[in-house]
Design a protein around this ligand. Structure first.
Ligand code: TNX
Length: 485
């Protein structure tokens, strides 16, 4: 039986010798702490020839040896150890194995939308635990949207004070103080994850307009929005200037390019968030500005990207912004389908032609907020219907946007939008097991390049993660297609 490792490593050699039999931990159900003890007791060697985040791990009857070039590599070796722990009647055991591992892509992200539904620091920390154990290294926080502004800023305290009272569906809102944000950033850093903050503009700015009506245009309400509004209960009223919005419509709000004070406002906000964030990226949104006249849209995303660059951060934008005049090196986040439609791939390629890279978040594969099937109690279905675990797995980052060399792919990201997602139980249900597909797309060798990088092998490996998840209190979904036992 193949080892139950996720994401599958770059190279695995089973040695076939007797296993390592560590002394059982105080709590026999706790593999995480046993892995911690094993890693702490391991023979460790710094090896600068091993690339960023990579490691070599050898386990045999005598013990554990780890070599890595950086701290992240040692951390990832420990995550692998936790997955190697098995047990038989005599107690815990680890198979004799040699693993040589390194990520395929440098950026491996998960996004949490804390604007539609606010999620407190503990929930964010739980997401960081889950993601980092799968060797994901970026937490993208979608901090602002029509339904809420979730970060308190010293330069503009009115944004969160007036824009954070509610969540989608009329649920309670919330916001992070600067100390909360620092706690998240530190917790992530301890687990080798960066935080990528997003201020979504020029669309998705209705909550911003609650305290700054002078900066926003009137909501543009379409017939499609009226239809969607009638389909789902609990959405409150249609968007109305000056009133909080708790529905699920997108694309109706916009900043005004001609608003006096827009540029200094953006400098304050983006500058302050950049200063609070140690990671190299700042995301300025750019998606679904359906009510923004194209000329104004281009002017505003160009302005935002320029300001972000001046803060010293690398700007990231959703792929729509690719058509605008952006600083070279701006990163594009592609959210079209695995097989592109409507020219979404052209927008993504535009980032690459000006020397930027792209992050792949194909919506019909790794949008974690899609339902698995019609029975899933939470989630949406707009991305080509529900997304089974199999569909989340069967795609390769190199095959999505044609004519983009692999070196221009910064990585992948699995977004969790939260219009319907209220708490950690909802997050767990949608995330597990599909986040494993994203983790393999970002870390493991190309789909089909080894027998283990196949759906048939993956569905077995996922099933064998279940005990580890249960121990960690992860409310995973026993999704169809997985070889659960
Ligand atoms: C699209 S794709 C959005 C979000 C929604 C999400 C729901 C993209 C960049 N934006 O505003 O929350 O669909 O699945």
């Amino acid at each position: 039986m193949p080892l139950a490792l996720i994401p599958w490593p770059a190279a695995v050699r089973e040695l076939g010798g007797p296993p390592l039999r560590p002394a059982p931990p105080a709590d026999p159900g706790d593999r995480r702490s046993l892995a911690g003890l094993l890693a702490a007791a391991a023979h460790r060697a710094d090896d600068p020839t091993i690339g960023a985040e990579g490691y070599r791990l050898r386990v045999d009857a005598d013990g554990v040896a780890i070599a890595a070039g950086d701290d992240a590599g040692f951390f990832y070796a420990e995550q692998t150890l936790a997955q190697l722990i098995d047990a038989d009647a005599e107690g815990p055991l680890l198979p004799a194995v040699e693993i040589s591992d390194a990520p395929r892509f440098p950026y491996r992200g998960v996004m949490l939308d804390v604007a539609r539904h606010f999620h407190g620091v503990e929930t964010v920390e739980a997401v960081i635990d889950r993601a980092s154990a799968l060797k994901l290294n970026a937490l993208h926080l979608h901090l602002t949207d029509d339904q809420g502004w979730r970060l308190e800023l010293a330069s503009h305290p009115e944004l969160a004070a007036e824009g954070s009272a509610l969540s989608s569906l009329g649920d309670a809102g919330g916001r992070y103080s600067p100390a909360d944000y620092r706690r998240i950033v530190d917790y992530a850093a301890e687990r080798h994850m960066i935080v990528v903050p997003e201020v979504d503009l020029p669309g998705h700015t209705h909550a911003l307009g609650l305290s700054h009506p002078e900066l926003v245009a009137d909501p543009v309400v379409t017939d499609l929005m009226r239809e969607v509004h009638d389909l789902f209960p609990g959405q409150g009223e249609l968007p109305r200037r000056g009133a909080p919005y708790v529905g699920m419509a997108v694309g109706f709000s916009s900043l005004r390019a001609d608003a006096p004070g827009l540029e200094p406002f953006l400098r304050d906000v983006l500058g302050e968030i950049a200063a609070m964030t140690p990671g190299p990226y700042l995301h300025f949104g750019g998606d679904e500005a359906l009510g923004t006249p194209p000329g104004e849209y281009h002017a505003m995303v160009s302005l935002a990207a320029r300001i972000v660059t001046e803060t010293g951060k690398t700007p990231i934008a959703w792929h729509e912004a690719g058509e605008a005049d952006l600083p070279p090196g701006t990163v594009g986040q592609y959210w079209g389908y695995v097989t592109p439609t409507e020219g979404h791939d052209d927008s993504a390629r535009a980032f690459v032609s000006r020397g930027g890279r792209i992050i792949l978040s194909p919506a019909n594969a790794i949008y974690l907020d899609m339902k698995y099937d019609d029975e899933t109690p939470v989630g949406l279905t707009w991305a080509d219907g529900p997304t089974s675990v199999e569909r989340s797995y069967r795609w390769d980052p190199a095959d999505v946007v044609a004519e983009v060399p692999e070196s221009a792919i910064l990585g992948i990201e699995a977004p969790m939008w939260t219009e319907t997602v209220r708490d950690l139980a909802d997050i767990d249900l949608l995330m597990f097991p599909r986040v494993c597909s994203a983790a393999e797309a970002g870390w493991s060798p190309r789909l089909g390049s080894t027998p283990q990088r196949s759906w048939e092998a993956f569905r077995e490996r996922v099933a064998r993660m279940a005990p580890l998840w249960a121990e960690a209190g992860i409310g995973f979904h026993r999704a169809a297609g997985i070889a659960w036992r």
